[in-house]
Write a new protein. Sequence first.
Length: 90
Amino acid sequence: MDIDDFLYLSPAGPITVRDVIYGYGVEIERSGQDFFAHKTGFSPKALTKLLNECGFPIVFIGLGFIEIVAFAFRNQPSDYIKNLFNLHTE
């Protein structure tokens, strides 16, 4: 995909690859507020590494259409927590 390609239609309007990487450009421009801009981004590997460095040795990563979801633990989670969030090690 290219940076200006359309990804999906949200309630706020069309979302492009650029919006996902840098923040929703329409709102950044409209509001003049840079807090709508993304300050960083992660790959699954980079997010896992950062969470490990922050003291979370156990990390479960899930991938969605355009997002990464992480559950990070300092200690081994109980079976209840693993089942609650459908966390499995492959």
